[in-house]
Design a protein around this ligand. Structure first.
Ligand code: IPE
Ligand code: IPE
Ligand code: MG
Length: 250
């Protein structure tokens, strides 16, 4: 582990006390990155996976509490089956190769989304990764797989309703709803980054990003360097978050 010192953080142009607690990233643009280089979409996804290590490492070294990465949406099943299979194979390879380093960096891995729908090789490798890191106390790394926010909200509402019925109540509370999200217990999302210049949320954490700052850098995900990440954090720190109140009063 190499937690950055205050001095190093200042040298990045950042203020340690104002870093986001929870960053959510829509890793978009692998296909266009590959197309630009006349490569296959698979090559683009591989280049995208290669960027994970740096971004996770930097988040952990900056002592960010939670990082949520959108890796496969409930809508991504619409893609050709060979692309879906490539993504699954890359996932297995990623977890197999990276788990030791993630573990030694004290990262806790959680999968958010209906990963149970995946075939057993993917399921077992991710279950092993979650189990192995469950007592780690550093960065909470949430990987959104077969994730859709609408499905998450519906699932949480149903779970909360069952709880309410069991307790003889006729309404659910916000706490009950939030307590049944995959992200329960983690800080609210402060910052959403979507790479590749697209300006949309695509069914990602709709409830949790209610007051998040949104950034849409132009780089395709495989080109989103550590420096681009730091630059996004500087832009985040330049924003004035008011939460409905007045400047300086939040
Ligand atoms: C993001 O890159 C990765 C996934 C959705 C799995 P895309 O594959 O969406 O790349 P573009 O948007 O086609 O460039
Ligand atoms: C969002 O990207 C999902 C992930 C990055 C995993 P998409 O490329 O699937 O989103 P749309 O289709 O452009 O909205
Ligand atoms: Mg895309």
């Amino acid at each position: 582990m190499a937690i950055y010192s205050d001095e190093e953080i200042r040298a990045f142009g950042l203020d340690r006390d104002a870093l986001p607690k929870h960053i959510a990233i829509i890793m978009d643009g692998n296909g266009r990155w590959a197309k630009k280089r006349r490569l296959s979409r698979s090559a683009g996804h591989r280049a995208g996976v290669d960027r994970l290590r740096g971004i996770i490492r930097m988040s952990s070294d900056l002592e960010i509490a939670s990082l949520t990465l959108y890796a496969f949406s409930t809508e991504n099943w619409k893609r050709p089956s060979d692309e879906v299979s490539t993504l699954m194979a890359l996932l297995i390879e990623y977890f197999t190769k990276e788990i030791d380093e993630l573990f030694s960096n004290n990262v806790r891995i959680r999968i958010i989304g209906a990963y149970q729908d995946f075939a057993s090789p993917v399921r077992s490798v991710i279950e092993r990764a979650m189990k192995r890191t469950e007592n780690n106390t550093g960065l909470n790394l949430n990987i959104a797989l077969n994730y859709g926010s609408r499905a998450e909200i519906l699932r949480a509402a149903n779970l909360a309703m069952r709880q309410a019925v069991a307790e003889g109540k006729s309404e659910i509370t916000a706490e009950m709803l939030e307590g049944n999200f995959y992200t329960a217990g983690q800080p609210e999302v402060d910052l959403v980054i979507r790479t590749s210049g697209e300006h949309r949320i695509s069914n990602f954490l709709l409830y949790q990003i209610s007051y998040a700052e949104l950034l849409f850098p132009e780089e395709f995900w495989p080109d989103f360097s550590d420096e681009a990440y730091l630059s996004a954090l500087r832009v985040y720190q330049s924003r004035s978050r008011r939460f409905g109140g007045l400047e300086g009063n939040a």
